[in-house]
Design a binder for this molecule. Structure first.
Ligand code: G3P
Ligand code: CA
Length: 269
């Protein structure tokens, strides 16, 4: 059995702070990266999209309403889509007050700013390409930014970077453009299809409610494009009982808004 499949639920899976430590600081902001670092969490997940003038920024929704003050600042610009605003306009927005007054003035980070903060804390990045259908060529552009920032150097590639997407086309595209980059597919493909996914993805990253011990074992039986067994990082698990359950399933990683809660669910470490 691959080591990951032999875990039998005792060892702590890798913990990934979802949109940063987003239970404690506004999601996808530098404050959420800092909070993950303060909790001692080494992996951070984010969501990457593109502005009207072609800058990559970190935000989950395809519009700016829920997590910024865009409606106040630009009242006539409904439906406030990320792709309809320039990077300079987005840089004016407050991306923290919605979460709490202590975070007033947090900004929507550019991908570069987000990566620099992850690097500052010596953390690792699970980068999600979000809504790629809205942003033709975003895979190539993301790889360019990663390269410019040194994240495609061999040491980063081996241990500090995974690029994932719900879009199978996007994952395949990243793999074809830069085969050395580890990739993840967000979803739960049928077991019969998993061997096809193993041609271009290193991870199958499903919702926790969609998996079982048998499903995780089926993923682990396959070898990914970089030689090791395919891995499973599951999302979004925010309580100890569910964390222990997916740990017993044998998952390799748990993506969570509450990384301290998940960590403490596995006292063995
Ligand atoms: O990383 C997994 C998770 O982020 C996928 O869902 O909607 O939070 O991006 P979502
Ligand atoms: Ca995400």
């Amino acid at each position: 059995l691959p080591a990951s499949a032999a875990r039998a639920g005792a060892e702590r899976p890798t913990i990934i702070a979802h949109r940063g430590a987003s239970a404690y600081a506004p999601e996808n902001t530098l404050a959420a990266v800092d909070e993950a670092a303060e909790l001692g969490i080494s992996w951070v997940e984010n969501d990457v999209q593109r502005t009207k003038d072609g800058e990559l920024v970190v935000l989950h929704d395809d519009n700016l309403k829920r997590t910024t003050d865009v409606e106040e600042v630009f009242p006539g610009r409904a439906p406030w889509k990320v792709k309809d605003f320039t990077a300079a306009e987005i840089a004016h927005l407050d991306a923290g007050s919605w979460f709490g007054p202590a975070y007033a003035g947090e900004r929507v980070p550019t991908l570069e700013q987000f990566m620099d903060r992850v690097e500052l804390h010596h953390q690792k990045l699970l980068l999600e390409i979000k809504n790629p259908d809205l942003y033709p060529g975003i895979e190539q552009q993301t790889l360019k930014v990663l390269g410019n920032e040194g994240w495609l150097d061999p040491d980063h590639l081996a241990s500090r970077l995974i690029v994932q997407s719900f879009s199978v086309d996007s994952v395949r595209s990243v793999h074809e453009l830069k085969p050395a980059v580890k990739t993840g597919f967000l979803g739960t493909p049928p077991v019969a299809d998993l061997s096809w996914y193993a041609n271009f993805t290193d991870q199958i990253n499903p919702s926790h409610s969609s998996i079982s011990t048998d499903y995780v074992a089926s993923v682990h039986e396959l070898e990914g494009p970089h030689g090791g067994p395919l891995e499973v990082f599951t999302w979004t698990v925010n309580d100890a009982d569910t964390a222990r359950l997916v740990g017993r399933y044998g998952v390799d990683g748990i993506i969570t808004n509450n990384p301290d809660v998940v960590r403490d669910a596995f006292p063995e470490g």
